[in-house]
Ligand binder design. Structure first.
Ligand SMILES: Nc1ncnc2c1ncn2[C@@H]1O[C@H](COP(=O)(O)OP(=O)(O)OP(=O)(O)O)[C@@H](O)[C@H]1O
Ligand SMILES: [Mg+2]
Length: 503
């Protein structure tokens, strides 16, 4: 008997068909993957199961009984717990306060809330300890890295010991070690009979954790498969209709001209004495375990974080103490957290995509609307952004499609250095390739990139060189034949056989 089952679920948003006649079923104690390209309906189905979104038609059954889930109370009562793709933590509140917020409302104030709180704090500390790190409970959430925030969300969800757990791209900002620790906890819950729905664009994770997978395409179920009998190519074919061409990239060699140089760059406790040169047309990676200062280095160069030391741009020392100064020099940032820095969520897709580059196209301050639509249509087509109408607010796009919009807007600017901070987080395979191709093309036009990524494969596919960071310092540089996944992992953990160290 199915533990969780949906029958004939339909959902439209205005004219957009998000789900159509979705029949989906999980056995008790099963870890079931929900797969599909960006905008295929995964998050919408998750939210219908948790009662955040109401279906137009269809029924959710739990233990064969129609479940009426209309909000958080019903969801808790059914033993469902979820980690959504968008973080739901409140940045100004402390970790402890955020954990409390997530507790079952009916128990709040009672003796049970204390126990529940304690359990969540314990789960969080267990996860942190396995990672040899600490996540302090009494600091504001905004002072944590995005991966740490994600771990807080996960700990909150796991601590409820749910009967049904939904993880919607909960691992997207985590690196391999963290993912493994989270998987251990998920498997432990499964042993206790918990049913898990797992959503991820990283197929390796899916094969590692899940037994079966259901694939959505344009809001319809196209296949349900046993993963043991399925290849990655099969899954891609189900997701995309046809297999994406994965012909390898050929990133041209960089020029000799140095565009950006940092000398003895330090920032309080975040990173120390960083030195590197970035040449025209070069893609330089920042690797290492999560939270070793990579994002902070990028933020400093973007003028969003105080630093000491020197930054030279095209041979001249520059003072970059606010983002406007960076953008003026032609340095732009594609952030990992699109909701904080990347997008004006209430504004339309067209406005978001065209605004930063508007100056290049306006004459005497005048803009032709038709031209702006054309430009936006170009980006939408190139990155295959799934959007019904470019005049809709950008927050109506699926998570991955929002990220494509962030990247699209910077592709249009004529920037010299692009700082990419985990740019393909939550982006599907096909779009990821499109983004890589765009990077390759810009690179051949002489644009330089500094790329931090939680995905080692991405660093290897794109970068000419990778600087590995550990506790705020550069501990190794990998290039050419040495740039392998094995060496990257080893250098990240400071196990260094065969790797040339830099000190
Ligand atoms: N609130 C909304 N208003 C309008 N359209 C929406 C809304 N929420 C979702 N959609 C649309 O529904 C479709 C499915 O979106 P959904 O977020 O479920 O996709 P997804 O499979 O989770 O994608 P991703 O991998 O990018 O997260 C998309 O076309 C999206 O634009
Ligand atoms: Mg989604």
């Amino acid at each position: 008997m199915a533990h969780l089952r949906t029958e004939g679920i339909c959902k439209n948003f205005g004219g957009v068909r998000a789900l159509h006649n979705v029949d989906f079923s999980c056995a008790r104690g099963e870890i079931h993957a929900l797969l599909g390209a960006n905008g295929s309906g995964k998050s919408t189905l998750s939210k219908i199961i948790t009662g955040v979104v109401a279906a137009d038609r269809g029924t959710v059954y739990i233990n064969n009984r129609a479940a009426a889930i209309h909000g958080p109370n019903d969801m808790f009562a059914q033993g469902i717990s979820a980690v959504y793709q968008e973080l739901s933590l409140i940045p100004q509140l402390t970790v402890a306060e955020n954990i409390l917020l997530g507790q079952e409302p009916t128990r709040l104030g009672g003796i049970n809330s204390k126990a529940a709180w304690k359990r969540a704090a314990e789960v969080l500390q267990t996860i942190a300890a396995k990672l040899d790190s600490e996540i302090p409970l009494h600091v504001p959430v905004r002072s944590l890295s995005s991966a740490e925030q994600q771990l807080v969300e996960i700990a909150k969800a796991l601590a409820r010991e749910p009967e049904i757990l939904i993880l919607d791209e909960a691992t997207a900002s985590l690196r391999e070690k963290e993912v493994q620790v989270v998987f251990e906890e998920v498997r432990r819950l499964r042993e206790q009979g918990c049913t898990v729905i797992f959503i991820s664009h990283r197929l390796e994770e899916v094969f590692d954790l899940c037994e079966r997978a259901t694939v959505l395409r344009n809001g319809e179920v196209v296949a349900t498969v046993n993963l043991a009998e399925t290849t990655e190519q099969d899954l891609l074919r189900h997701m995309l209709g046809e297999v994406a061409s994965v012909d390898s990239l050929s990133v041209p060699a960089p020029q000799d001209r140095v565009v950006l140089e940092v000398k003895e760059l330090s920032s309080a406790s975040s990173f120390q004495r960083i030195n590197f040169q970035l040449r025209a047309g070069e893609i330089l990676g920042l690797g290492g375990l999560q939270g070793q200062g990579q994002s902070e280095v990028i933020q400093a160069i973007y003028g969003a974080r105080p630093y000491t030391g020197r930054i030279l741009f095209e041979g001249q020392e520059v003072q970059i103490h606010k983002p406007a100064a960076a953008i003026n020099s032609g340095i732009v940032l594609v952030p990992g957290d699109r909701h904080v820095e990347g997008l004006a969520l209430q504004r339309s897709v067209l406005e978001n995509v065209t605004l930063p580059s508007v100056a290049h196209r306006s004459r005497f301050g005048l803009l032709k609307m038709g031209r702006e639509e054309e430009v936006t249509a170009g980006v939408v087509e190139r990155l295959q952004v799934k959007v019904a109408d470019v005049h809709l607010p950008v927050n109506t796009l699926s998570g991955g499609n929002q990220q494509k919009a962030v990247i699209g807007k910077w592709l249009l600017t004529q920037s010299k250095v692009m700082l990419l901070d985990d740019p393909t987080k939550g982006v599907d395979v096909q779009a990821r390739l499109e983004i890589y191709r765009s990077v390759e093309e810009l690179c051949s036009q002489g644009v330089s990139f500094l790329l931090s990524s939680s995905d080692n494969k991405e660093l290897i596919a794109l970068c000419h060189r990778v600087l590995v960071m550990y506790e705020g310092q550069i501990v190794a540089e990998l290039a050419g034949e040495e740039l392998t996944e094995e060496n990257l992992v080893a250098a990240s953990m400071r196990i260094t056989p065969g790797v040339k160290g830099v000190s």
